[in-house]
Write a protein that binds this ligand. Structure first.
Ligand SMILES: Cc1cc2nc3c(=O)[nH]c(=O)nc-3n(C[C@H](O)[C@H](O)[C@H](O)COP(=O)(O)OP(=O)(O)OC[C@H]3O[C@@H](n4cnc5c(N)ncnc54)[C@H](O)[C@@H]3O)c2cc1C
Length: 384
């Protein structure tokens, strides 16, 4: 490195690469550190952009953030496609939420009522209307609802596209892990290392395991359904995400574990629920089983903003189940903070200082001689 960069991003997942792209596009000199770009949670993720279907009880502020980020996706996808020359698989058919049995439907309807109460666009559909939209749904499916604004993107196209866009904008990738923040020499360091952020910052980010399957439609054709389908099937939650390539992502377990082993029981439960909802999936090829680790936080919301006690260090981590949908907004808000030094009010509920200060002390952030490893931002930066 010839001279000190303006921004060092630790982590080249979707979040880190999008921040790098946005910062480099604004004329900053950006270095991204990652030994294995795109190899973590994003490699496993389904890519649902689902602020409506994922609006859960008690997560009001998170829902607002998800909705704001999802609204940026159409322009973000178009801009990224132009910048990288890659189709990222952004699709807008919408999401069908369905219940297999009467009990499943009753559970689903409680959530839909909550979502409608927030003013989110959830349209209940009779079984006949459901099957008009997706004739491949099982006749047993009792009912459903349409979340027309919940879209999808292919994370395995997204991450390489972001890398290309960031590099074309001038960002440099260093293919090595950062062991301590004090090893990084930049005016501003952005920790976007997913689950790896915990060891670097002491922030309460924990791995939440998710197992998924990938199926492929026979004969090389497209899957026999177009919507993302999220369902309850005999009490089992499952989602089915069709891609133009013929792939269908079936997910996902949610487990408080840090391994990435795939269990026979999880595969069985996911496949049974998937086939209960869409019987034709039994004829598809099973092409991949794998598990990934979501960067979870105590309140399921991301951690975005200045790290207390560490001038010049920003966190952009803890995106848990929502890192793909939150990529555009996270990148814009963090790039704005880097450039202006002022935090957008939207960040307020999500800053690192909502956790106990002790939890954000950096265990590895001080040199042997006691100097802080981070660098103070330039004077105009206030980090508020
Ligand atoms: C089964 C499953 C399904 C999912 N489905 C969806 C979905 O449908 N929609 C959605 O929005 N989200 C989904 N997610 C969540 C989403 O994948 C994550 O929230 C997102 O990938 C987080 O992005 P990230 O860039 O912060 O972290 P990651 O994608 O985990 O990337 C982190 C990067 O940091 C690097 N790194 C780690 N430590 C260091 C270090 N010390 N030095 C340098 N580099 C480091 C890693 O190598 C990695 O490349 C899903 C996740 C899983 C597991």
């Amino acid at each position: 490195m010839l001279s000190r960069p303006d921004v060092a991003v630790v982590g080249a997942g979707p979040v880190g690469l999008a921040i790098a792209w946005r910062c480099a596009s604004r004329g900053l000199r950006v270095v991204v550190h990652d030994p294995a770009p795109g190899s973590s949670a994003s490699h496993v993720a389904a890519g649902m952009l689902a602020p409506v279907a994922e609006a859960y009880f008690g997560e009001h502020e998170l829902t607002g953030l998800l909705t704001a980020s999802a609204a940026r996706w159409p322009a973000f996808a178009a801009e990224l496609t132009a910048a990288a020359g890659v189709d990222v698989g952004y699709r807008t058919e919408g999401t069908l939420m369905v219940g297999l049995t009467a009990d499943d439907l009753a559970e689903a309807r409680r959530l839909w009522a909550y979502q409608q109460g927030l003013g989110l666009p959830v349209t209940p559909l009779r079984p006949s209307a459901l099957r008009d939209r997706e004739p491949a749904l099982a006749p047993r499916v009792r009912g459903g609802a349409l979340a027309a604004t919940d879209h999808q993107v292919n994370p395995r196209r997204l991450v390489p596209a972001l890398r290309t866009a960031a590099e074309r904008a001038g960002a440099t990738l260093v293919p090595a892990a950062v062991r301590r923040l004090s090893d990084v020499d930049a005016r501003v360091t952005v920790v976007a290392a997913g689950c790896g952020a915990a060891a670097l910052t002491g922030l309460p980010v924990r791995p939440v395991k998710g197992q998924v399957l990938r199926l492929r439609a026979p004969g090389g054709g497209a899957p026999g359904f177009r919507h993302v389908i999220r369902g309850y099937a005999d009490g089992e939650h499952v989602y089915l995400v069709p891609r133009d390539s013929g792939e269908v992502v079936v997910g996902a377990t949610v487990e408080e574990r840090a391994d990435t082993d795939v269990s026979a029981g999880a595969v069985l439960r996911l496949l049974r629920a998937a086939v209960d909802l869409l019987p034709e999936l039994a004829e598809y090829d099973l092409v991949e089983t794998l598990a990934g680790l979501r960067p979870g936080t105590p309140d399921n919301a991301p951690i975005l903003g200045p790290l207390p006690g560490r001038p010049g260090v920003l966190a952009a981590t803890g995106h848990h189940r929502h890192g793909i949908v939150l990529t555009p907004l996270t990148a814009d808000l963090i790039a704005d903070l880097v450039v202006t030094g002022k935090a957008d009010p939207m960040l307020a509920p999500f800053t690192p200082d909502r956790f106990a200060p002790a939890a954000t002390a950096d265990p590895a952030g001080t040199d042997a001689d006691g100097r802080s490893g981070a660098f103070a931002p330039e004077e105009e930066h206030t980090w508020n």
